[in-house]
Each structure stands twice: as C-alpha cells, then as structure tokens.
Design a protein around this ligand. Structure first.
Ligand code: AHG
Ligand code: MN
Ligand code: MN
Length: 344
C-alpha cells in the first residue's frame, strides 16, 4: 500500500491528481474511470459470493461468440452498462456480450465524449471453479460529432485509446490502468471499499522465464509457435531455460502474472480459431496499451497489435504479449518458420 504523507492514496484521489496532466481535461475521463471503478466493486461483491447465490452456471443463453453465457457474464455486463449510463461520460459501449454497439441513450450521456469497449467478465470458464477472472476495458474519444454513439466510433486503432485497464478478481481484487502516462495498480481494501494505490508505475521485466499458452492446441499451431515452444523447453541454463509453463485460462490472470513477474502469453491462430480467439477491441488492444506503457510488447506475430485496423466490433487476432525480449524472440521464430502467415 503506498502512503502519501501518511495517508493511503485512493483511486479517486490518484485520478484527480493525475487529471492535472491533461490540460484540456475537464474531469470527464476522471469521472468515467470512477464509474468503471464503482461497477467493478459491485461485480467484485457478486464474484466473491458466486458460490452462495444463484448466479453460477449457464444462463442458458448463447452470446454472439456462440459460447454458453454464464449468469455472472450477464450480471457484470449489466453493471458496467448501468454505471456508464448513470455516469453520463460515455455515449456508447461495445461489449463482448452484445452483438451490436449499445447506445447509452440517456439524456446526460447522448453527447458524451467517450465510448468504452469492454469484456465485462473475462475467463468465464473459470467462474464455477473459483479461479481468478477479470474485466477488461478500453476507452476512446468518440469520432462522431454528437447524438448516439456509432460502430464507427469503435473502428479506431489501439493507438487512439485514451485509457485502458483491467480488474482482476483474484486472491485480492485489483484495478490496473493506464492513460498513456505509465501503468498503476490499485488493490481493493474491502474494509473501506476503496481501490488503494499498491503498485505505482508498473514495469514488466525485459526478460522472463514463464511461457503461457494452451498447449492442447499444439498440433494446430503455426510452425513458428511450435518451434518457439520447443525453444522454451530446451535445457540451456545460461538463458534460464527450460522456462516454466503456466496457463490459467483467464487472460487477465495470465497477463497480470506476467506483468509482475515477466513472461510471455501466446494465443495464436488455431484450427478452431484461424484468426486467433482473443478479441482485438476489448481484450488485445487494452492489454497491448498497458504492456507497452509497462515496457513490454504486443503483436500478432508480425504486426504491433495497436496498429491493427479494426473492421468489426468482435474481430479476433492472434496475440503474442509480454516481456520485450521474449516477444521479439517469438516473432523471430514466426518470421523464420511461418512467413506465409503474415497478417494483413
Ligand atoms: P472470455 O471468458 O471473456 O470469453 O475470455 C476467455 C478467453 C481468455 O480469458 C483466455 O485466455 C482464453 O479465453 C482461454 O481460451 P482456451 O480455453 O481456448 O485456452
Ligand atoms: Mn475475455
Ligand atoms: Mn468475457
């Protein structure tokens, strides 16, 4: 816990203090980040008692991704949309749980400056087994001039994000975000119901010895990834190999571990997901913004994630993300052994 002049720095205080960094800011982005913080505290409360109340298991619906939707996904989606609606700073939401852009059509927010792309509940397959799950969000300035937000407002490269972050509902609940001036982590102190600055100016080690990938898909991986996995498994003490294999199955949890300890996370193209499984707008872009701000790297194997031109709200992309030197090494293998996969 970071103590400023003998006091804990809450997320709210930190956002306001940092607002001074933005000469043009009149507090809208600060209030938007506050709204996201509020919704994540409500989701956290439900996650912590998921085993007790009837929000476990399949909600019986199938979302646009064709996946069974668990009740907590629906609950989390509703909480974030409701907080963004009443906060008045966001005019539209692009959510994993909604096929189309959700127009935040409230009196105060229809001319709001920002749009939010969100994965309200990441790691759904882990909800029922008490493994860490999360929320991932990405904030853009709208490109349309006024009125309801449009799909076009979301068709912006990741480099245009004004803020991005995630919440991890784990052994503790943390909110980690960036506005382009470094990465800061806040831990929820349940005794006061506040996110408190606990990880200032987060940086990912340039090198790590953890690789994170679902090796169950090995036979369908591009040759470059197959070769990189074998490289990770080689016995070569001077370069700390073999690396350790760690795969939680919640992107936020795998990403957060690597951000703190160093490491690489890879979700390549597979037979089942020829374009990759992870979604560009509300999974890959926000964590790519964070990792670059923390001194790491994020690519699709050939191209910087943040420079991929979005064409669809739920567009997928292969993802290689983590410690700079590990991502560069994986990219070398992709270039050498899978050149034909060069992405558009
Ligand atoms: P979501 O629960 O939002 O659909 O995300 C699940 C994603 C991501 O969290 C994780 O890294 C990946 O799916 C795991 O996929 P596999 O089970 O195919 O390995
Ligand atoms: Mn997800
Ligand atoms: Mn999700």
């Amino acid at each position: 816990m970071i103590v400023h002049k003998n006091q804990v720095v809450t997320l709210g205080q930190f956002i306001i203090e940092r607002q001074a960094d933005f000469p043009y800011a009149k507090g809208e982005l600060s209030r938007l980040l506050r709204d996201i913080g509020i919704a994540s505290k409500i989701v956290n409360r439900e996650v912590n008692k998921a085993g007790l109340v009837d929000i476990l298991g399949e909600a019986g619906e199938i979302n646009i991704q064709g996946e069974n939707v668990k009740k907590l996904d629906v609950f989390a989606n509703e909480q974030f949309i409701s907080a963004l609606t009443s906060g008045g700073e966001c005019c539209a939401v692009g959510s994993e749980e909604n096929e189309h852009v959700v127009d935040i059509n409230s009196l105060v927010s229809k001319n709001a400056k920002y749009v939010v792309a969100i994965d309200p509940l990441d790691g759904s397959s882990n909800i029922d087994v008490n493994v860490s799950i999360g929320t991932i969000f990405s904030i853009y300035r709208r490109t349309s001039l006024s009125g309801p937000g449009t799909l076009q407002d979301f068709m912006q490269r990741g480099t245009e994000q004004v803020a991005a972050g995630y919440v991890i509902y784990g052994s503790s609940t943390m909110l980690v975000y960036t506005t382009g001036r470094g990465v800061n982590g806040f831990t929820l102190d349940p005794s006061i119901g506040e996110f408190c600055l606990s990880h200032p100016n987060m940086k990912i080690p340039k090198e790590g010895n953890i690789y994170s990938i679902n090796e169950g898909n090995y036979v369908h991986f591009p040759d470059g990834i197959k070769k990189y996995i074998k490289y990770c498994q080689e016995d070569h003490k001077p370069s700390n190999r073999p690396y350790s294999s760690r795969y939680i199955g919640s992107l936020v949890a795998d990403f957060h571990r690597n951000l703190i300890k160093g490491g690489i996370f890879i979700y390549p193209a597979t037979a089942k997901s020829p374009k990759g499984k992870l979604r560009l707008l509300y999974e890959c872009n926000p964590i790519a913004f964070i990792i670059e701000q923390a001194g790491g790297k994020a690519s699709n194997g050939f191209k910087r994630i943040l420079e991929i031109e979005p064409k669809d709200l739920h567009q997928r992309t292969p993802l290689i993300i983590g410690s700079l030197q590990m991502v560069e090494k994986a990219e070398d293998f992709m270039l050498k052994f899978s050149p034909a996969e060069v992405q558009v």
